[in-house]
Design a protein. Structure first.
Length: 146
């Protein structure tokens, strides 16, 4: 068998309809579009998503979900349980020391201490924010929040 012997199975293919090529073809004149009207014209017909003059679904739905507060301040959070394992008794906990220990990525980041875990060491905490339970645990252990 050679490449020129290959052919589709008989009856499996059909010649395309060549419209607008003269009346002798049977598809001349209006080229199978019928007489007059929007759909008989070039570029005619309604576009996708047209709903008969009703406001389309794409226009009824909001453009973007939700709401973005442009003044939101993001905090890097650290729990008191993590401070227990990283710092010795009497140490000062601030952004620079947390950066040095690899807890936060940047010393310029805003830091908030949260109250998950237990704390037994006396630490001086100097960060941007401290939650109420964290403040209670730090002060109960003899530390201070500045």
């Amino acid at each position: 068998m050679q490449i020129h012997d290959l052919a589709p199975a008989p009856g499996s293919t059909k010649a395309r309809k060549r419209v607008g090529r003269g009346n002798g073809s049977g598809h001349g004149s209006t080229a199978g579009r019928g007489d007059k009207g929007q759909n008989s014209r070039a570029g005619g017909g309604k576009g996708p998503g047209f709903e008969g003059g009703q406001n389309p679904l794409a226009m009824r739905l909001p453009k973007l979900p939700g709401f973005v507060n442009h003044w939101r301040q993001e905090f890097d959070v650290v729990n008191v349980g993590r401070l227990e394992g990283l710092f010795a008794d009497g140490d000062v906990v601030d952004a620079a020391s947390l950066k040095a220990k690899g807890v936060i990525k940047s010393a310029d980041a805003a830091v908030k201490v949260l109250g998950d875990g237990e704390l037994t060491k006396k630490l001086t905490v100097k960060v941007d924010k401290v939650s109420a339970p964290a403040r209670v645990k730090i002060e109960a252990a003899g530390g201070a929040v500045e």
